[in-house]
Design a binder for this molecule. Structure first.
Ligand SMILES: Cc1cc2nc3c(=O)[nH]c(=O)nc-3n(C[C@H](O)[C@H](O)[C@H](O)COP(=O)(O)OP(=O)(O)OC[C@H]3O[C@@H](n4cnc5c(N)ncnc54)[C@H](O)[C@@H]3O)c2cc1C
Length: 392
């Protein structure tokens, strides 16, 4: 293995570069990214950065003085993967041939169908998105958040604390039922109303209203919500179109085995663009969380290095159960496992009213997930137990 190219210069790409070096790869390393910035952290974009508590310098993912000895090609989009020649093709026609490729192109925010270009309508995925939203988050303004997912919830909380009047709308009756199950989804989305944010569920959005500048959001039942500012948080789409069919996909994400190997030998995929096979669930699962993008590249890189070295597949490093956190209002929400696998959930510590609880999800008697709200120490204990019991 003489040369590896990583496409995507964010958390998963940087984690892959670090893992290659820490696992002994001393060949040529190229990292391609279409954003101009060095790798930066996205979670603060909806929290501390949006609130103005940290600035752009505080977002960098690299430690001071860190050097993974890579050639960074930033502000350059990859537009193709030539699997026959083993080459990543850039927009300007450059072809980067290598012995191994790690795809880490992440995801982008999904937008609403309809005419684009109405001022005051935002999505939140990149630093540029966060700068634009932060500039318009003015006290007294009226913000409508479309989509009561985690990013929408965090923006609602940040905006409420900044003195805006906030309404959150969601087409489904119980927001967060997918990741947390219906009962706990209702508890976490209930934080909005407990903090004076209006939550309107079960009615979809018909259209955005305004000429040039957004003035409101019209719901499917005809209600008009006046708005100076709108955040659209209706999910994220994996950035895989650039591959042009070179790799097999699963629901738009790159289909991988349980070690991040794609349909093409020598090409791995990690982070939000990848759907790894989860041997415990018995299906492919795209994990869109920080911890997965941080941890899994080491597993993929180990498999890549062993494959090139002719070694057997390393089954040594376990894949941890999916984990994410979200900070909303004064509550740290943490979840590990798979809520969809559970047939019961019980609150084992704390209470809904106190916004401090630990809930355990079980299938039969077996714990398959754990939710914490302001219970970080207890949650961490449970998370490690789950990892030990359920790791693949
Ligand atoms: C606002 C926000 C808040 C979040 N908060 C949390 C949280 O609290 N907890 C949590 O667990 N997770 C959170 N996440 C999720 C977490 O940040 C992501 O899971 C993580 O960033 C995924 O990393 P990634 O490297 O796979 O993808 P990304 O971070 O999306 O990076 C992919 C990179 O590849 C680049 N790229 C795409 N296509 C190409 C191409 N063709 N050529 C070159 N480069 C390309 C992209 O521009 C991007 O720079 C949050 C995400 C956002 C957006």
């Amino acid at each position: 293995m003489k040369k590896v190219t990583i496409v995507g210069a964010s958390l998963a790409g940087l984690s892959a570069a670090r893992a290659l070096r820490s696992q002994g790869f001393d060949g040529e390393l190229v990292v391609v990214g279409d954003e101009k910035q060095r790798p930066y952290d996205r979670p603060p974009l909806s929290k501390e950065f949006l609130a103005g508590r940290i600035d752009e310098d505080g977002l960098g993912l690299e430690s001071p003085g860190e050097d993974v000895a890579a050639r960074w090609i930033l502000g350059a989009r990859a537009v193709g993967l030539d699997t026959t020649a083993g080459a990543v093709v850039l927009e300007n026609g450059t072809r980067i041939r290598s012995d191994g490729v790690v795809v880490a192109t992440g995801a982008r925010a999904r937008s609403l169908p309809g005419p684009a270009g109405l001022a005051g309508v935002h999505v939140l995925r990149t630093l540029a998105d966060a700068r634009a939203l932060r500039a318009e988050l003015l006290p007294g303004g009226r913000l409508v958040v479309i989509g009561a997912g985690f990013i929408g919830g965090e923006v609602a909380a940040t905006a409420q604390a900044s003195g805006l009047h906030v309404t959150v709308v969601d087409a489904v009756a119980t927001p967060l039922a997918g990741p947390l199950g219906a009962a706990m989804g209702a508890v976490v989305s209930g934080l909005h109303e407990a903090h004076g944010v209006h939550l309107r569920c079960g009615t979809g959005v018909a259209r955005l209203v305004g000429t040039g500048q957004v003035e409101g959001v019209e719901l499917a039942d005809g209600t008009l919500l006046p708005a100076d500012l709108v955040l659209v948080d209706v999910g994220a789409v994996p950035n895989t179109e650039w591959l042009g069919g070179a790799l097999a996909l699963h629901c738009g994400a790159i289909e991988c085995d349980h070690r991040g190997r794609t349909s093409v030998p020598g090409v791995m995929a990690v982070g939000d663009c990848a759907a790894w096979y989860d041997t415990r669930l018995g299906r492919h699962d795209r994990v869109e969380h920080w911890a997965g993008a941080m941890e899994r590249p080491a597993i993929a890189v180990a498999a890549l290095l062993r494959w090139r070295g002719g070694g057997a597949l390393d089954e040594g490093t376990p894949v941890n159960v999916p984990y994410f956190w979200s900070d909303q209002y004064d509550v740290r929400v943490q979840f590990a496992g798979h809520a969809g696998e559970a047939d019961s959930v019980t609150i084992e510590e704390g209470s809904v009213e106190s916004h401090s609880l630990l809930a355990v999800y079980r299938r039969g008697d077996v714990p398959v997930g754990v939710l914490g709200m302001n219970q970080t120490r207890l949650f961490d204990r449970w998370r490690h137990q789950l990892d030990a019991a359920l790791t693949v």
